[in-house]
Design a protein around this ligand. Structure first.
Ligand code: GYE
Length: 346
C-alpha cells in the first residue's frame, strides 16, 4: 500500500539495536522482545515452504511453475507447496501445516493484506524467516526488515497510474469507466485502484497535478471480480445492464478483462471500438486480444518469482542487509509491441 511502503525509513533504523527497540516499542500491542528476524544459516540445501493462493489462472500457474523450476528442478531442494483454492482461511491453515513441518524458510503471496499479516508474525515467532512475494501485507501489523525479510513485487500503485495514463490518451480524456477490482483486501487490488483513481483525479501520490487531472473521466461503477475470468464476465454483465453508457473498462487483471470482453460481445458491443479496455498482467491471451484489437493495453505484472526469490534468500543467508521492498520492474504492452511478445509470456 502506498502509505505502508513508507516504512522504508523506519526499517532502515533496524541496523542499530537502539533504533530497533525504539521502532518496536512504537507499535501498539506488540511483543517487542520477539520482534527480530529469524536467521538462516549457510547450508547446501534448504526446505522451502510455498503457500500459493490459488491455481485458477495463467498468472498463478506461471508463478507456481517458476518456484518449482527454481527450487526443485534447478537446485534439487524440497519445496513444500500448498494451494489455498482462493480461500483465505485455507491459506492460513496451509501455513499452519507448513510451519509444523519446520521448513528453513517460507516464501508466499498473502491472499489478503490484513488477514495474513498476523500469520507473518506467528511464523517469525516460530523462528522461520519469511519472504513475501507478489502480494504484501499491511505494514501497520507486520513490518518488512523486522518481521519478515522483505516484499518482492511490483509497484501496484504505479501500475494503476500507467493504466489510467494510457486510457486518458486513448479516450482523449473523456470516458465513462467501469472498474473491475481484484480480490477485496488484496494488496494489488487496493493499490491498483488507488493509482488509477488518483491519477485521473489529479492527486497521484497525494500531489495535485494540473496535467494529471481528467475531469472528463468518470468511474460510473466499480466492483470486485475477484481476479477471475468468470467473475469478471458475470460482474461486467450485471454492471453493463445498469450502465449502458459505459465507454471504457479498467480491469485489475487480464483475466477479468477477458471476461469483460466476452460479456460486452454477448451484449452486442464491440470491445476496442465502442468500449476501450485496459488491464494489468501481460499474459499471452491478453497480448492476443491486443493484436485482435479487443484489448487496448496491459501493464505487465511479472509472475516469475522463482529466480528473484532464490537470489534474495541467498543474499540474506550471506548476511546482506535486504531492502524492505525488492521492486520488480514491469513493461507495458499495447498495439505497438504486443505482436512482438505474443506467446512469450505466460
Ligand atoms: O495480477 C493477478 C493475480 O497478486 C500481482 O494476483 C498478483 C495478482 C495478479 O491473481 O492476476
Amino acid at each position: 500500500m502506498m502509505s505502508s511502503r513508507m516504512t522504508t525509513r523506519r526499517t532502515l533504523l533496524k541496523a542499530g539495536a537502539a533504533g530497533t527497540a525504539l521502532v518496536v516499542a512504537g507499535r501498539a500491542g506488540f511483543n517487542s522482545s520477539l520482534a527480530q528476524l529469524p536467521t538462516l544459516e549457510k547450508k547446501d540445501s534448504y526446505v522451502v515452504g510455498f503457500a500459493q493462493t490459488d491455481s485458477a489462472n495463467p498468472w498463478r500457474l506461471a508463478e507456481t511453475a517458476s518456484m518449482k523450476q527454481q527450487f526443485e528442478e534447478e537446485l534439487g531442494w524440497t519445496l513444500i507447496a500448498t494451494d489455498a483454492n482462493a480461500d483465505t482461511a485455507k491459506q492460513l491453515a496451509d501455513l499452519d501445516s507448513i510451519i509444523a513441518q519446520q521448513p528453513d524458510i517460507i516464501i508466499f503471496p498473502p491472499r489478503e493484506s490484513q488477514a495474513l499479516a498476523p500469520k507473518v508474525l506467528e511464523i517469525r515467532d516460530a523462528g522461520i524467516p519469511v519472504i513475501l512475494i507478489d502480494r504484501d501485507v499491511d505494514h501497520s501489523i507486520a513490518v518488512p526488515g523486522e518481521d519478515y525479510i522483505t516484499f518482492i513485487g511490483s509497484d501496484f500503485v504505479d501500475q494503476g497510474r500507467r493504466a489510467a495514463e494510457w486510457l486518458a490518451q486513448a479516450t482523449g480524456g473523456t470516458a465513462k469507466i467501469i472498474q473491475l477490482e481484484g480480490t477485496t483486501g488484496a494488496d494489488p487490488a487496493i493499490d491498483r485502484k488507488t493509482g488509477f483513481e488518483d491519477y485521473i483525479a489529479g492527486t497521484f501520490k497525494g500531489t495535485p497535478t494540473a496535467d494529471g487531472a481528467y475531469p472528463g473521466m468518470e468511474i460510473i461503477a466499480s466492483q470486485s471480480g475477484n481476479f477471475t475470468r468468470d467473475e469478471g464476465r458475470q460482474v461486467m454483465e450485471t454492471l453493463l445492464q445498469a450502465n449502458p453508457d459505459v465507454t471504457a473498462v479498467y480491469a485489475h487483471n487480464d483475466e477479468m478483462a477477458i471476461g469483460a470482453i466476452a460479456a460486452l460481445e454477448a451484449a452486442g458491443r464491440t470491445p476496442g471500438e465502442d468500449v476501450i479496455l485496459v488491464s494489468i498482467d501481460g499474459q499471452n491471451n491478453a497480448l492476443d486480444a491486443i493484436v485482435e484489437g479487443k484489448l487496448g493495453a496491459t501493464v505487465e505484472s511479472s509472475p516469475f518469482f522463482g529466480p528473484i526469490s532464490y537470489e534474495t534468500m541467498m543474499r540474506f543467508v550471506d548476511g546482506e542487509e535486504i531492502e524492505p521492498w525488492v521492486k520488480v520492474e514491469d513493461r507495458f504492452f499495447d498495439i505497438n509491441n504486443a505482436a512482438e511478445f505474443q506467446g512469450q509470456q505466460f
